[in-house]
Design a protein around this ligand. Structure first.
Ligand SMILES: NC(=O)c1ccc[n+]([C@@H]2O[C@H](COP(=O)([O-])OP(=O)(O)OC[C@H]3O[C@@H](n4cnc5c(N)ncnc54)[C@H](OP(=O)(O)O)[C@@H]3O)[C@@H](O)[C@H]2O)c1
Length: 301
C-alpha cells in the first residue's frame, strides 16, 4: 500500500498525550464513535524515556494508528529544554514504534512554524520560519516524521492555530478572556488588541482527526476556519454572549509579539468539502454553555 491510500478506521488508535486538552477530547470522541482507542501519557509511558517507549510498543499487538498529541506546549511555558524534549519524544517514538504494524500517524503541529510575521494570507506553501523554541520543536517533529523509514505509512501533519473548548483550563485565548471576564470583571489584552487570529473549536479538530484516521494521507494541512478576528472583536463577542461589560486593560506587548495570522483555508476546504467548521460566535456560545463559571458567578452574586 502506498502513502495516501484509503484505509478504514478499523485499526486500533493510540492517542499519545491523552491526559492533555486535545488528546483527552480526541480520545473521548473516538470512543464515542466506537473506535477502538487507547490513551497514553507520561504516567503510562514517559516518551522521554527510551526504555519505557520501547517496552510500551513491544507490548502492542496487531495493526494500529497513532495520534501524536504529546508535547510540552507553549501554553504551559516554553524553554530550550522543552524544545529538546519535544524533539526527543518524536525521536523515541520513531525509534521504538513497530513500523510493520503502524497504519498511519496524525501529528498535531502548530501554526507557530510560520513565525511571527508571515506573509498573508498564510497557506501550507508559506515558508516555515519559527521564531520561538516551541515553533522550532514542532517543525523538527514534522521533519523527523518525513525522514525515510515511515515511507509506507501515511503521516498527516495538522498545523493548528489556537484551539479552544471545554477542557482547555482557560489556557486558550478564548478561555482566558472568558475566565478574566467572569472572575475579575476585567480583561487583560497584550498589545492594542488589533492582531487577528483564527480560533479553532476543539470539536472541529476532533472531527478532522477522525476523518484523517479514516482516510490517512501524507502531507501538511492548516486546520483553520479561514475567519480571523481581532482580539478586541473576540472580547466584544464574549461580552455580548455573557452580557458582561468588562473593563479592558491594555498591557504593552514585547517586541516578539506575533502579528496577524490570516489563513487561506483552500486546502482544508478541498480536503474536507462537506466539513463546516464552527464560526467563533457559535463556538463561544458552546463554550459558555459548557462552563460552570457563569453559574458560579450567579451563585456568589
Ligand atoms: N492547544 C492548542 O491550542 C494547540 C495549538 C497548536 C498545537 N497544539 C499541539 O497539540 C498537541 C496537544 O496540545 P494540548 O493543548 O492538548 O497540550 P497539553 O494539554 O499540554 O497536553 C500535552 C500532553 O502531552 C503529554 N506529555 C507531555 N510530556 C510527555 C512525556 N514525556 N511522555 C508522555 N506524554 C507526555 C502530557 O501528558 P502528562 O500530563 O501525563 O505529562 C499531555 O497528555 C501538542 O502537540 C501541541 O503542540 C496545541
Amino acid at each position: 500500500m502506498t502513502r495516501g491510500d484509503h484505509r478504514p478506521c478499523d485499526a486500533r488508535v493510540v492517542v499519545l498525550g491523552h491526559s492533555g486538552f486535545l488528546g483527552a477530547e480526541i480520545l473521548l470522541r473516538l470512543r464515542q464513535a466506537d473506535v477502538n482507542a487507547e490513551g497514553i501519557s507520561s504516567a503510562q509511558c514517559d516518551l522521554l524515556d527510551m526504555e519505557q517507549v520501547a517496552e510500551y510498543f513491544s507490548g502492542v499487538t496487531g495493526r494500529f494508528q497513532v495520534v501524536f498529541c504529546a508535547a510540552r506546549t507553549r501554553q504551559r511555558g516554553q524553554s530550550f529544554d522543552s524544545m529538546t524534549q519535544n524533539i526527543r519524544m518524536i525521536q523515541n517514538f520513531l525509534h521504538a514504534v513497530p513500523r510493520q504494524q503502524l497504519d498511519s500517524v496524525v501529528y498535531l503541529s502548530s501554526v507557530d512554524v510560520y513565525g511571527s510575521h508571515p506573509k498573508l494570507p498564510i497557506s501550507e506553501n508559506s515558508p516555515s520560519r519559527p521564531h520561538n523554541s516551541y515553533g522550532i520543536s514542532k517543525l523538527c517533529g514534522e521533519y523527523l516524521l518525513a525522514l525515510p523509514g515511515l515511507e509506507s505509512c501515511p503521516a498527516a501533519i495538522l498545523r493548528l492555530p489556537g484551539v479552544y473548548g471545554s477542557g482547555d483550563q482557560a489556557l486558550s485565548v478564548v478561555g482566558r478572556l472568558f475566565q478574566q471576564m467572569c472572575r475579575d470583571g476585567r480583561v487583560k489584552i497584550v498589545g492594542d488588541g488589533r492582531v487577528r487570529r483564527d480560533f479553532l473549536e476543539v470539536g472541529d479538530l476532533c472531527s478532522v482527526v477522525r476523518r484523517v484516521l479514516e482516510q490517512p494521507f501524507t502531507g501538511t494541512l492548516n486546520i483553520v476556519t479561514g475567519q480571523s478576528i481581532t482580539v478586541i472583536e473576540l472580547v466584544h463577542m464574549l461580552s455580548a454572549a455573557t452580557r458582561l461589560s468588562p473593563a479592558i486593560e491594555f498591557v504593552d506587548a514585547d517586541s516578539q509579539q506575533v502579528g496577524d495570522l490570516i489563513f487561506d483555508a483552500t486546502a482544508m476546504r478541498s480536503r474536507f468539502p462537506d466539513l463546516q467548521l464552527m464560526p467563533v460566535q457559535h463556538g463561544i456560545a458552546k463554550y459558555i454553555s459548557t462552563s460552570t463559571l457563569m453559574e458560579d458567578m450567579d451563585r456568589h452574586g
